[in-house]
Design a protein around this ligand. Structure first.
Ligand code: GLU
Length: 552
């Protein structure tokens, strides 16, 4: 069939624009030479997988560091998968972690930028304009095969190396214009297929930014470009959209890597410049000595909302993402303790080829460090924002006495030995619990040389001499002063030289007091805790503890 132009007009009579029109409408971006244009292209399911956030963070950082553009395009051609307010919840998850697009879909009903519409469902005419051109050039044709016929082809191909619609199996490839007209007249549905120019003996070679040099057979399949409803497949939409939106670097999951031969062929037949690909391996999880993909179904931590609900600060998650994205990040961080994360020279070439391992214990470590470096006011404001949304009792506690909470959160902050008690905001209720009578839970278990007999001795003496108005030095002197009367030494060194001579040392004495006041053997600075608890609470708890130890 040679009259391709007539065929194109028959199939796309409603299309009156040309590819040239769109090329002019969406000209190449005026950016500096090395600027990278990257994008996030979610299907609007409403669920943001940690892997999506990871991919996004990498694409976003690449655009930022090169002075480029990061945009969001919504791939909503599959109406079965559409979910109400899915876009806004996905965008919210991104912005919770500091990723705000420069362009594209920025809210459920808002787009910004000159390269839109950024929703595929609104780009039908654009896809069809390019489809029409391919038909005119003999590079695409309508296919009338039914699902049953396609199934039959699959059955016949059981022993073929290459499966799909090609060669002798491509029944509609050479239909005459008359046959096409007749089929259309009878109302037969049709899909539009690529007339693949591929040669199965030739290789497609490309250089993936992450995976390196890759070689695969050329595509020979006449893939579907438009479905029966005129909506494009992912492959066709990818080529048109990433070209017209002038994407330079495509960061996406490596489940697409096998399709690159097809994608590059599409860019070629459409006359588009080829983009660079960076295929990201999935996030893996260790299980029973093996590895498997972090799964939406099995792992709560697969959902980005998990981190928000648990109250991992955005900086912690971002630090962790960089830790697993580039193995030299941790060395850089050690050398640049206070530098903003954006200063890290991220390099996509250094990303894992085979599958990044997710480790929540590592995230917790990173997060403890991040929180330990924050000022009390920052801990206060971030955790208060979190509490308002996820923990009302905590938010109420914050509102009751802001100064008290800030003072507690300030204990051991901004000094050399910062403690790392808080991993995420949901740890705070437990962290604060002994500072309030309502939540204090006594526990009189002791460690070291401290035992109930020593505890009775220490508490009896301490309750009479402690003075809430002491400064730190006097407070400590008082504890030391009761040591000899309790058979202990205030000097740990002396104890170590001659342990038999003593029942314990100053550390054991303070353990007794710490346990009585907090129910714990390990806490931030006991002096500040004591001072904040106040005289009444302190003497009540000392007496209660004393009663307990006397009774055992
Ligand atoms: N909508 C596609 C997906 O969610 C996007 C892939 C891509 O980034 O090109 O898998």
């Amino acid at each position: 069939m040679t009259n391709y132009e007539e065929l194109a007009n028959l199939l796309f009579s409603q299309i009156d624009k040309t590819p040239e029109y769109y090329e002019e409408l969406y000209p190449p971006r005026q950016l500096k030479e090395d600027a990278r244009v990257t994008r996030f292209a979610p299907s609007p399911t409403g669920f943001l997988h940690f892997g999506n956030l990871f991919t996004c963070a990498v694409a976003y950082t690449t655009a930022r560091q090169s002075g480029g553009v990061f945009y969001v395009r919504v791939e909503d051609t599959d109406s079965k998968r559409k979910v109400d307010s899915a876009v806004s919840s996905m965008l919210k998850s991104l912005s919770d972690y500091g990723i705000n697009a420069d362009e594209g879909v920025v809210a459920e009903d808002k787009e910004i930028g000159d390269y839109g519409p950024y929703r595929q469902s609104e780009r039908k005419e654009i896809y069809q304009t390019y489809a029409k051109r391919l038909v005119e050039q003999g590079l695409a044709y309508p296919c009338f095969c039914s699902a049953e016929e396609l199934e039959k082809i699959r059955e016949q191909q059981q022993n073929e190396d290459i499966k799909g619609y090609y060669g002798k199996y491509a029944k509609c490839r050479n239909l005459s214009l008359e046959q096409v007209k007749a089929n259309i007249d009878t109302g037969m549905p049709w899909t539009l297929r690529l007339r693949s120019p591929g040669d199965m003996n030739k290789k497609c070679r490309f250089d993936d930014i992450i995976k390196g040099k890759i070689e695969m057979p050329e595509n020979v399949i006449d893939v579907v470009l438009l479905k029966t409803d005129g909506i494009p497949t992912y492959h066709f939409a990818h080529a048109i959209d990433d070209h017209l939106m002038r994407t330079t670097h495509i960061f996406r999951g490596d489940e697409w890597i096998a399709s690159v031969a097809l994608h590059l062929q599409l860019f070629r037949v459409l006359g588009f410049k080829q983009p660079k690909y960076a295929h990201i391996a999935p996030i893996m999880k260790e299980e029973n000595g093996g590895k498997r993909k972090l799964s939406k179904r099995k792992d709560p931590e697969a959902a980005v909302t998990y981190y928000t609900e648990q109250g991992y600060p955005k900086d912690s998650v971002n630090e962790y993402i960089m830790t697993i994205a580039n193995s030299n990040f941790e060395d850089w961080r050690r050398a640049n303790k206070d530098a903003p994360i954006g200063d890290f020279p991220f390099n996509p070439k250094k990303m894992s080829v085979s599958g990044t391992l997710f480790d929540i214990a590592k995230l917790s470590d990173v997060s403890k460090n991040v929180i330990s470096k924050m000022k009390a006011e920052e801990v206060y404001s971030q955790s208060y924002e979190w509490a308002k949304e996820y923990n009302t009792p905590l938010a109420e506690l914050y509102e009751k006495d802001t100064d008290y909470i800030t003072a507690i959160l300030n204990i051991d902050r901004e000094n050399k030995k910062t403690r790392k008690d808080i991993t995420k905001w949901s740890d705070i209720p437990d962290y604060l619990s002994y500072m309030y009578d309502e939540t204090f839970v006594s526990c009189y278990d002791l460690t070291g040389n401290a035992d109930p007999a020593l505890a009775v001795n220490v508490l009896e003496k301490y309750k009479d001499i402690f003075d809430i108005n002491d400064d730190k030095e006097h407070w400590f002197d008082r504890m030391k002063a009761i040591c000899p009367d309790c058979g202990c030494t205030p000097n740990v060194k002396e104890y170590k030289q001659n342990p038999e001579a003593f029942k314990g040392h100053i550390g054991d004495v303070s353990t007794v007091i710490r346990v009585a006041l907090t129910g714990r053997t390990n806490t931030p600075d006991l002096f500040f805790i004591t001072a904040l608890l106040g005289e009444e609470r302190v003497s009540k708890r000392l007496n209660l503890a004393l009663e307990h130890y006397k009774s055992v």
